[in-house]
Design a protein around this ligand. Sequence first.
Ligand SMILES: Nc1ncnc2c1ncn2[C@@H]1O[C@H](COP(=O)(O)OP(=O)(O)OP(=O)(O)O)[C@@H](O)[C@H]1O
Ligand SMILES: [Mg+2]
Length: 358
Amino acid sequence: MALSFFNPKARSLLGLDVCSSAVKMLELSAVGRNDFRVERYAIEVLPKDAVTDGNIANVDAVISGVRNAWRRMSTSVRNVAMALPASAVISKKIIVPDGLRDEELDALVESEASQYIPFSIDEINLDYQVLGPAPASSGDQEVLIVASKKDRVEDRLTVAEGAGLKPVVMDVESYASQLAFDLIVQQLPDLHSSSLVALVDIGMNTMRLSVLRGDAAVYTKESVFGGGMLTQDIVRRYGMSYSEAETAKRTGDLPGDYETDLLPQFSENLSLEVARALQFFFTATQFDRVDLIMLAGGCAAIQGIANQVASRTQVNTVIANPFAGMTISSNVRGNSLQSDAASLLTVCGLALRRFDPS
Ligand SMILES: Nc1ncnc2c1ncn2[C@@H]1O[C@H](COP(=O)(O)OP(=O)(O)OP(=O)(O)O)[C@@H](O)[C@H]1O
Ligand SMILES: [Mg+2]
């Protein structure tokens, strides 16, 4: 099967993000140039450890998660765009002369790739995207090459196909999130091209700090912190199963001392963790400020968390919402989308691949 990292040839396409905590699915449609509508989305919580560190550990559980999510979507679209974790790909920018024919470019990319990828060419998936004119040399263009080992791609294909879907794009998680981030930044008029934005994604197991200036990341660091810790506390304190605790967290259907005790403690730890990560960034780089903190990931849905992070760090803090500028279909419950939005950056970027010029 021809599978491209970029530029789907299919007209309709769902974003499908297989995360540690859940399967996320999203369908967007275009309502004019650069104007999108959220048609439908689904988040299907996965059993604990079905996906760990971006690896699909329990294939059957993930297949049924994908199948359930797709059923809940009630869509007829079966083409999906998926993503690999950044750790599963090797990418490199190369400079090539303008005006190459497609076959020439293909050959050039392949020979470049064989020089820096430590696997034989038939063990890898290779794709490239022309980024535009090379900044430093006129008459040249910049090309991004992305390669991954086929076995890292294989388990994702198995999952999608096992659920009756057709994978047509295999993107990279960080590229997809970047697309969504760019959309969000367009909604924030106070930012200019030299502003430093700290995007803090707090998911289930991992907190990722990316500091972005314009559309380039100047720093990225991951640490072990996430909502899974709070889920464990709930399991322990109230004797719930893991999946009961996950559901209860999202609906807020928990005993009174959750809101007065467990949750405030967790939020406090989270704010401290963000402050620490920023401190580390200041120490490790020449930077000594960020202009804005943008919280993403499931933990950004916690009531009042932006205020807490802002007061701990003394930095203006907002919650990431890639759908803020979009129309929302009447199929979608606005309230739920509002609280889920921050955890849908990657899947939003994937769903947007449908509109890539090809
Ligand atoms: N409304 C909510 N209130 C509190 N916590 C929530 C809410 N919604 C989701 N979460 C928590 O957010 C976490 C999942 O976030 P997210 O979907 O960003 O993680 P992930 O991408 O699957 O995981 P990771 O990034 O660590 O691989 C879970 O711990 C979940 O319980
Ligand atoms: Mg995540």
